[in-house]
Design a protein around this ligand. Sequence first.
Ligand code: SF4
Length: 364
Amino acid sequence: MTDLKDATRAPDWQDDVRHGVRHVRDLASLPLSPAERQAAQEAAALHKVRAPKAYLDLIDWNDPTDPIRAQVIPSPDELVETEGELGDPIADHEFSPVPRLTHRHADRVLLFPTYQCAVYCRFCFRKESLTSIGRGYTREALEPALAYIADHPEIREVILTGGDPLSLPDKALAEIRARIEAIPHVRLLRIHTRVPVVLPSRITSGLVEALQGRLMVTVVTHFNHAREITDATETACRTMRQAGFVLLNQSVLLKGVNDSVEVLEELCRELMYRLGVKPYYLHHGDLARGMAHRRTTIAQGQALVEALRARLSGICNPVYVLDLPEGGGKVPLGPCPIEGRDGDSWQIRGLDGAVRTYREIVSE
Ligand code: SF4
């Protein structure tokens, strides 16, 4: 049973779940070759398989390199583990003082109400936590984490992540929101989710009402390709915007999915202009196991974001970051435009590639 079972839900999103891939055995219903199906089943043993019908419907099955397919259909390349890859690439467990919570930076915590998702992305850096833990939401499971937040007045932001928090029923979301907003020092509720992308019909009025209360709500979506932006995702984002939520997006740079300037340019423009979602981060691939086939080099990523910076307005440009191993945090990787310095004169490369001098003039 999954968190997604709830008799009160709107039938269209329940249908999307019911008619999608929910188990490895459902791969048999997809137009894969016998060899592909066998390989997919082997890879699925390492990371769960799930995708709603609405998302599967975006796949062009005639294209073996389809960017939507690449994100959800298990690949035999996932079985190739490379030395140096990590089970917990950003050290969530090391910075976890109590179950279901990670406290890496003073003013914010990650809270994991569930380890289940509406979709299992093949590139997920938490895939080993999702596979090995596999637990859903219960009130009791969150008590130690909520007590920890209440005991730490330096915490201003609570980030619901997982697993996907929006895979939970409205009632559970309302309960969690109420418990967090009862802690007076918490100012912001942040929700990291793929649901508006893969199951947009789930963004109902009941869901947004469950999240509305005292706290400012920021929803960080996870679109990786402009093909994921549809009439349904547009409606979902409009519903959240009209509820007063701030919408940001984080993408992962994935070889064979979005590692071209044209694809990223279209994605960022459509996010901002069509969905009203600010492109926030473009993540360089972390060291999740079995993902070498989807990572680019950092130099390739820098060249892409340099080209994007010249093509897109500031509001459409994401920040290219790497979430460092050992809990080092997110650091910007964008190419540095500073070419040199002579005292108070700085040589800085402009968007046209020409280097100009900027002399610092400040009063004593
Ligand atoms: S929805 Fe998020 S947590 Fe779940 S598999 Fe995808 S990336 Fe990982």
